[in-house]
Design a protein around this ligand. Sequence first.
Ligand code: ADP
Ligand code: MG
Length: 253
Amino acid sequence: MERPIIRVSNLVRRYGDFEAVKGISFEVREGEIFGLLGPNGAGKSTTLEIMETLREKTSGEVLIDGLSVDTDAARIKSIIGVQLQASGFYPGLSLVELIHLFNGLYNETADPMELLRLVNLEDKAKSRYKSLSGGQKQRFSIATTLINRPRIIFLDEPTTGLDPQARRNLWELIRRIREKGTTIILTTHYMDEAEMLCDRVAIMDEGRIIAIDPPAAMIDALIDRGFVRQQAVKAASLEDVFIHLTGHEMRED
Ligand code: ADP
Ligand code: MG
């Protein structure tokens, strides 16, 4: 769990005169779920896409399993899984057909039913992509990141726009993928998601990382500094009430 599989040092990205990423450094350990947490515009997607070799950096160093994004992009691509935008899927093809298509593109031989089973979409194997709900589309796109058996997968705001049941299903799926040994880096602007799902979180704001730690350690450190919440914290949230009342197994998205 401890070996760094990603090292980012003094990463800078400018768009014209605007510095979107202002010299950030962090490491991601093998086998962890690592979150980049921050508001819109913080620089999360820019950082993620540079690690994915899909965007140029301005300066700094990014090593993925010891390989530099400057000189080893092709080898990096072969060990990472990248989520496509929804527009990357032919809407009229079935899920099995799409996986065959990606197998062909990546020169892989992934078993479509095995992948669909992993993401709980076995019964949708013959359904067209366009007929899926939002949560199902998101799970399918995560399945496609696994086609090349990557060591690391990158997920950009995987649960944005999903309802509470679909979000929790997706968290479960992400944990299952990690249990198989895959390292996961995701971005989110949801505090609860970072707290529930991530082993460690880098809090980003305006292009800088302002804290990196496990969520529980950050919370304990704040309490140690004398912070007290004004309102008593209850053992359940309104979201828990909602999930309890509406159920999370049967209706999935
Ligand atoms: P996040 O994913 O945290 O919302 P982004 O990395 O998408 O943040 O964007 C960080 C900042 O960089 C934002 O202010 C955004 O407007 C700007 N930005 C992102 N992409 C471009 C681009 N291609 N050209 C100019 N500015 C950009
Ligand atoms: Mg973004």
